[in-house]
Design a binder for this molecule. Sequence first.
Ligand code: SF4
Ligand code: SF4
Length: 449
Amino acid sequence: MAVWSLLGLIGLCLVFLAFLFFTAVSLREKERRAAAHSGMIAASLGTGLLVLILLPTPIRDVILIMFLIVITMAAAYVMISHRPRSSLVVSGTPERIDERDIVFARFDLQEGSPQYAAYYARMQEYQAVDTEIRKLPDILSSSHLIKEPALFSLADAEFELLEHLLVTVDGPVRPIREERSAEENTRMVKEVVHYLGADLCGVCELDPAFVYSHVGRGPEPYGMEIDLNHAFAVVFAVHMDFSMIASAPKAPVIVETAKQYLAAARIATVTAGMIRRLGFPARAHMAGSNYAAVVPPLAWKAGLGELGRIGILLTEKFGPRVRLGLVTTNLPLNVDQQVVFGVQDFCERCNKCSDNCPSNAIPEGERQLYNGTERWVIDREACYRYWRKAGTDCARCIFVCPYSKPDTLLHNAVRWAASRSSRAQTLAVRADDFFYGRHPKPHAPPFSR
Ligand code: SF4
Ligand code: SF4
């Protein structure tokens, strides 16, 4: 009896300390609602502990043993359930995407130019919606800049530097090759990419289906057919600062996006340059843009994460709070396996991004077959229309996603449990709503303007 009640007391103290810890973490993360809710639970547990001490021993023992039974059964109920294992379903070979059709390429077209006329003569289905969106002020345009001069100017300056880097993606290949095994090359490239600042890195074969068919943006001639026959894709991710993304859709998000795109561009350019000096062709791909390939599906193939309801890649450690970078090359490399950590099942239960999207661009329902893959497809035009209204790249969906929480012991424990148990996923969705709110408030910008 005494042993069991002692175990019950230890369990109660641990739960009390866990909520105290959660309260402290939430205060540090400026999550006032989570701090208030967990603080109240911690205070109730602390009061319960004090009351227990005052109770006569037999009653205290019974209560502690009952607590031990309840808490053990609850933990077992949550964790002993089937592991969420649904993965993306690929039902065919996707068709190559023409980069001229992506939203950013369409809005780079200058009204009245021959390219503009030729494009909308060929793709009339976009003309009405694009004309309507063009009436809105552009992202980072002067009408937005007036509202947030310092931060929008900072983002603009970051993107300007990115534009200058677009011509650095390729170069001459040294005629003498440094021959090493694929294993050695893979280890070396991944170490370099991490050393240069990436948080995650993986390798896959460069599936030609994910190479754009024609140039739509960047320094290469508009409309040029893309002939990229590299064998491998080195895909990496850099995480975005949570405190910047937490102010979504305000100006800090676009400052952080541009900063991490710059980081990814630097990593890709230096890595590709190093590989070329080792005697193998290599090309960096960067936002801004001179992508010759579609990065999210390659990141999925390279084992960096899964595509979620939000329409972009969710990584296990940072969720969608990342920017991706890419180097394609013929350097012999070993490829990684795709990962499944329960995103498809979690997204089916969650829907938080969809509920919080100010433009209703994220679907609530089931996945649909889209270009060879069963996935959620977002309404890109609706999303982009909102970007022009906000003057930023919004990122509200990235902020509210439970997977985006900071890389700390507490949040990593939740992500770990959610990848192993369906019931833990359900609990994580409910707990996220309870502690952070179904519609979380944006945080104040993390630095003065
Ligand atoms: S970025 Fe904003 S508008 Fe676009 S899908 Fe996400 S929440 Fe919606
Ligand atoms: S907010 Fe929820 S539904 Fe949306 S991507 Fe994140 S986990 Fe999936």
